[in-house]
Each structure stands twice: as structure tokens, then as C-alpha cells.
Design a protein around this ligand. Structure first.
Ligand code: IPM
Ligand code: MG
Length: 357
């Protein structure tokens, strides 16, 4: 089995290196090939998603992705910016289902900005549609405003749209995932204002008829944002569109105190996937050796579980991560008085050591 390793920019290379050490420490050996992406792709080949990198990702059984982006590329035209690499991979590999778990490890209950009783034991999963919505809808651009009170002046515009197939397939993923968890699904929309999301709501309700064992409720996105910080444990699985999912998953991540702990999976219809930490490239701390590698290590575990069919190896990695937290090891993002502050490499080595025990 072959894994494409795409470290990217910022802290990406440091954290991916630790995840690779962890993969190499398993009983099973995987073929791994590394390629530049994002700003690194632009530097190496003049494009954030070089052709050779895309081909490697297409040919591999799974992709382990670090992060892309750096302020120094902010002045490039949009098509050449690092973010286009991840958007291009999602679109080209048809990775329509994005799974973003938000789990609060008991050891880190104090790291959340919310009261411990509100978040302790939190275990929710956001399923974000990833290849449609206003992110990819055409037409888009800047044009001369064709009508209305601002007719004739310049306007920026994007298009929010969802085809029935796109909604049905993400709804099936969501119901099937909920069946394997607490059997509760919340579909988040803005049906009170947007046609796209009234349609979304109707289709999700229709798919629900095939899953009578799952309890479905619908929630407007503004209310969902509020409930996420008010009583997040009420949720089990949340399914939503690309734009709302982008925003809600950041909020959900922060409930756990550190986005540095959260993995994610982006899957196609055959469970081939791209695995990346939920956090970004953090250029402000890149190269300092202090980034938390656990989200990437946990992403590697998700990869073993969902794409490589190695659930046992995934369990081992997750147990090793729990063990290092129980040992009191903390990178600065999750550090609290009374624990031991360690850097990126030390944390990775500790996970490898825990695997061996
Ligand atoms: C994410 C990120 C991306 C997104 C950016 C980097 C394009 O915020 O994965 O959530 O908006 O999807
Ligand atoms: Mg985001």
C-alpha cells in the first residue's frame, strides 16, 4: 500500500515528519513517497499543486497532508496561492466527505476556554460537504453589477448551489456514520433564508426515510453556532455544507482547547482519503520545533482506519497518544502548570516509545 506524503508549508514538514516516524514504528510497513505542495509546490514547480504531486496523490491509496499557506504568498494571484492546493486536491480526488471529530481528552479538560463541566467528555463529529457550495459554485468573479441600486459599479460575486446528488451522498455518509455512533444526526442549514439550504433540508429529510434508527433534527446555522458553545455535548453527528462546515468546525475544534489535537479525514465514494490536521500552517511558529504533532499523528491513525483497513494499527496509535497525555507531556499549545512542556520531536518520539510498550 502506498501513501503520498505532502508536508506543505509552515509547521507542515515538522509535524508530518513525526507522523511518518510513528507510521514507520508500526508492525506493518507502508510505501511512502513525498512531494511538494502549497507554497513549497510553488517554489519547486511554479504551482501550488504541481502535476507530479497531483499524480502521486491520485495513484496512492491514501494521502497524508500537513498544511499549506504563508503570508509571503498573499500577494500572488489567487490561482497560485497555497490554499488552491488543498482545494484542487479535494476537487480532483472527489473528496466530498470531510470528517472532523472534536474530542476532549480528559487530561486536557482544563485547556478549553469553556467551563470543564460544559466540555468534559465531549465527543462530536462534524461531517462537512467538501466539494460543492459557494466554495466551488460557478459563476464567480468581479464584474460590472448588472442590476439593482448599484447597477454599473463593480461587484464581487460567488454562487451558492448544491445538486441533489451532492446532498444525497453526503447525507448517506452522515446517516451511516451516525448509525455507528450515538444514532443522532443534526443537519445544519439556513433554510429560513436560502433556497439552496431549503433544498438541502428537504433532501436530507428524504434520505432519512432509509435510516429510521437515526434521530434527525434540523438546525439553523446561527443557532448551531450558539448551541456549540452553549451545550456542545447535546450534539452527536453534525452534517452541513462546505461553508457552514468550515466555520462550525473551527468553533467545535476550539471547544477542546486546542486545534492542535484534532485530525480530519476527507473521503471519496470508495473511502480513499486525504488526511490532515484540522489546524493550518501556523507560519508564526514554523521552524521553532514547538508545534503539536498529535493532530497529524491522529490523522495518520484515521488513515489506517478509513482508507487502509488497519483498524488495529489505528487503535494502537490512538492508545499511544492517550498514553503520552497521561504521562503529562504537553506541547506549548496545551501546556498547563504541573505538566511537562515538550517540543514537536520529543512529542513524536514519546508516541513512538509508547507504541513499543
Ligand atoms: C479548512 C481551511 C480551508 C477551507 C482553506 C485553507 C482553503 O480553512 O480546511 O477548513 O476553507 O476549507
Ligand atoms: Mg477552515
Amino acid at each position: 500500500m502506498k501513501i503520498a506524503i505532502l508536508p506543505g508549508d509552515g509547521i507542515g514538514p515538522e509535524i508530518v515528519e513525526q507522523a511518518v516516524h510513528v507510521l514507520n514504528a508500526l508492525d506493518e510497513q507502508f510505501e511512502m513517497e513525498i512531494a511538494p505542495v502549497g507554497g513549497a509546490g510553488y517554489e519547486a514547480a511554479g504551482h501550488p499543486l504541481p502535476e507530479a504531486t497531483l499524480k502521486l496523490a491520485q495513484d496512492a491509496d491514501a494521502v497524508l497532508f500537513g498544511s499549506v499557506g504563508d503570508w509571503k504568498y498573499d500577494t500572488l494571484e489567487r490561482a497560485l496561492r497555497p490554499e488552491q492546493a488543498i482545494l484542487g486536491l479535494r476537487k480532483n480526488l472527489k473528496l466530498f466527505a470531510n470528517l472532523r471529530p472534536a474530542i476532549l481528552y480528559p487530561e486536557l479538560a482544563g485547556a478549553s476556554t469553556l467551563k470543564p463541566e460544559v466540555v468534559s467528555g465531549l465527543d462530536i463529529l462534524i461531517i462537512r460537504e467538501l466539494t460543492g457550495d459557494i466554495y466551488f459554485g460557478q459563476p464567480r468573479g468581479v464584474r460590472e453589477c448588472p442590476d439593482g441600486p448599484f447597477k454599473g459599479e463593480r461587484e464581487g460575486f460567488d454562487t451558492m448551489r448544491y445538486a441533489e446528488t451532492e446532498i444525497r451522498r453526503i447525507a448517506h455518509v452522515a446517516f451511516q456514520t451516525a448509525q455507528k455512533r450515538g444514532k443522532r444526526l443534526t443537519s445544519v442549514d439556513k433554510a429560513n433564508v436560502l433556497e439552496t439550504f431549503q433544498f438541502w433540508k428537504d433532501i436530507v429529510s428524504d434520505v432519512h426515510r432509509e435510516y429510521p434508527d437515526v434521530a434527525l433534527d434540523h438546525m439553523y446555522v446561527d443557532n448551531a453556532a450558539m448551541q456549540l458553545v452553549r451545550a456542545p455535548k447535546k450534539f452527536d453527528v453534525i452534517v452541513t455544507g462546505n461553508m457552514f462546515g468550515d466555520i462550525l468546525s473551527d468553533a467545535a475544534a476550539m471547544l477542546t482547547g486546542s486545534i492542535g489535537m484534532l485530525p480530519s479525514a476527507s473521503l471519496d465514494a470508495n473511502n480513499k482519503g486525504l488526511y490532515e490536521p484540522s489546524h493550518g500552517s501556523a507560519p508564526d511558529i514554523a521552524g521553532k520545533g514547538i508545534a503539536n504533532p498529535l493532530a497529524t499523528i491522529l490523522s495518520a491513525a484515521m488513515m489506517l482506519r478509513y482508507s487502509l483497513n488497519k483498524a488495529e494499527q489505528a487503535d494502537r496509535i490512538e492508545a499511544a497518544v492517550k498514553a503520552v497525555l497521561a504521562q503529562g507531556l504537553r506541547t506549548p499549545d496545551i501546556y498547563e502548570a504541573g505538566t511537562a512542556k515538550v517540543g514537536t520531536a520529543e512529542m513524536g518520539q514519546a508516541v513512538v516509545a509508547a507504541l513499543a510498550r
